[in-house]
Write a protein that binds this ligand. Structure first.
Ligand code: UD1
Ligand code: UDP
Length: 351
């Protein structure tokens, strides 16, 4: 069996890492195609190196652009790769433009698509990711769902065939690499941080980062925090922030960090403030309270259990919420036990 894995953005390297390892263990030939949507060393190369992901055999060098530009360039390059390599299956992850391009290119060539992280929904169609997810799920043959809620979402859309509950591959990565990070990462010393005495912030959704006034309001609210906030700045957000040229006493911007450093920063934080999908769930897995800078979340279990609070754009509440977030009331292994990649590999090899 030959599998073409299509990835292109930071969270996809993290999602693909343990699946790739598991396919290798089973002796399955995997060809990795990187669309090149993310291309800075600290947005791409560092993950391949730290997580031992095999080098991509294709890199399309797509880079920045509009949605149509990125998706179209990816689609063309993926089609060429499929025609050359003739894979039995194309595997896509999550909800980026690479996900949709991979699924579309494959399905038009009558190649089965496996979607890892199928069935997630925000029910907010103004998010580009929501469009990518809905369309990808419709044309996938294998829908690997991280949660029961994802399966229910698919049912509502009439999708029942090929649906499997596998758990979440990000749990596999987090459990595996947190142990390694504890030995290898010195990020707390480098940034002079004490466990539990700082907050961790990330911002990259267009709904926050591309709206100058909103971002300015958000930064000013965060700067009222009673604890220092470490802020690895996504390149989308960096572009706009550099125009403000403002000094913040409580916010400490740093370049995007590698996965091992990120895991330790998350695990030792008093609180996480983010608009990232993956980081909300990682906060839950590390049992760190999270404040989400969005109007809804796909990871509904984190909110139901009290670990995650949807702040929406009520940024004026942030200083108080950072000081005393709502108390969580339960924790469950909603996202699996860390063997999602193995389950996915077994399903693929048994079909
Ligand atoms: C993309 C995904 C989003 C995901 C996020 C993870 C889509 C539609 N969006 O959003 O779902 O949550 O990745 O981080 O696929 N840039 C650099 N260097 C890089 C990468 C990006 O400078 O290595 C800059 C470029 O100027 C680019 C901007 O960041 O224009 C945004 O990058 P892009 O990949 O278009 O979108 P993301 O916001 O990263
Ligand atoms: N991440 C990282 N370094 C950073 C910021 C994020 O390694 O500086 C990791 C994070 O731990 C998570 C993933 O990147 O596993 C989340 O990616 P991102 O927030 O870019 O995208 P999203 O999950 O929102 O699609």
């Amino acid at each position: 069996m030959i599998i073409l894995t299509v990835i292109g953005a930071r969270p996809q390297f993290i999602k693909a890492s343990m699946v790739s390892r598991s396919l290798q263990n089973k002796g399955i030939r995997e060809i990795i195609l990187h669309t090149g949507q993310h291309y800075d060393d600290n947005m791409s190369k560092v993950f391949f190196e730290e997580m031992g992901i095999p080098n991509p055999e294709f890199n399309l060098g797509v880079g920045p652009g509009t949605h149509a530009e990125q998706t179209a360039a990816s689609l063309k390059g993926i089609e060429k790769a499929i025609l050359k390599e003739k894979p039995d299956l194309v595997m896509v992850f999550g909800d980026t433009n690479a996900t949709l391009a991979g699924a579309l290119a494959a399905s038009k060539l009558h190649i089965s698509v496996a979607h890892v992280e199928a069935g997630l929904r925000s029910y907010n169609r103004s998010m580009p990711e929501e469009i990518n997810r809905v369309l990808t799920d419709v044309i996938s043959s294998y829908l690997f769902c991280p949660t029961h809620a994802a399966i229910e979402n698919l049912k509502k859309e009439g999708i029942r065939e090929g649906v499997h509950l596998t758990g979440d591959v990000m749990v596999d990565s987090l459990y595996h690499f947190t142990k390694i990070a504890e030995n290898k990462s010195d990020i707390l010393d480098v940034l002079n941080l004490e466990t539990g005495e700082y907050g961790l912030v990330t911002i990259h959704r267009p709904s926050n980062a591309d709206d100058r006034d909103k971002l300015f309001r958000l930064m000013n609210a965060l700067n009222q925090s009673s604890i220092p906030l470490i802020f690895p700045v996504h390149p989308r957000t960096k572009k706009i922030l550099s125009e403000f040229n403002l000094e913040y006493q409580m916010i400490h911007p740093v370049n995007p960090v590698g996965y091992l450093d990120m895991l330790l920063l998350e695990k030792n934080a008093q609180i996480i403030v983010t608009d990232s999908g993956g980081i909300q769930k990682e906060a839950y897995l590390h049992k760190v309270p999270c404040l989400t800078l969005r109007s809804e979340t796909e990871w509904v279990e984190t909110v139901e259990d009290g670990w995650n609070t949807i702040v929406n754009d009520k940024f004026e509440k942030l200083p108080e919420l950072i000081k005393s977030p709502p108390k969580p009331h339960q924790w469950n292994s909603h996202y699996g036990e860390g063997n999602a990649a193995k389950t996915i590999t077994e399903i693929l090899t048994n079909h």
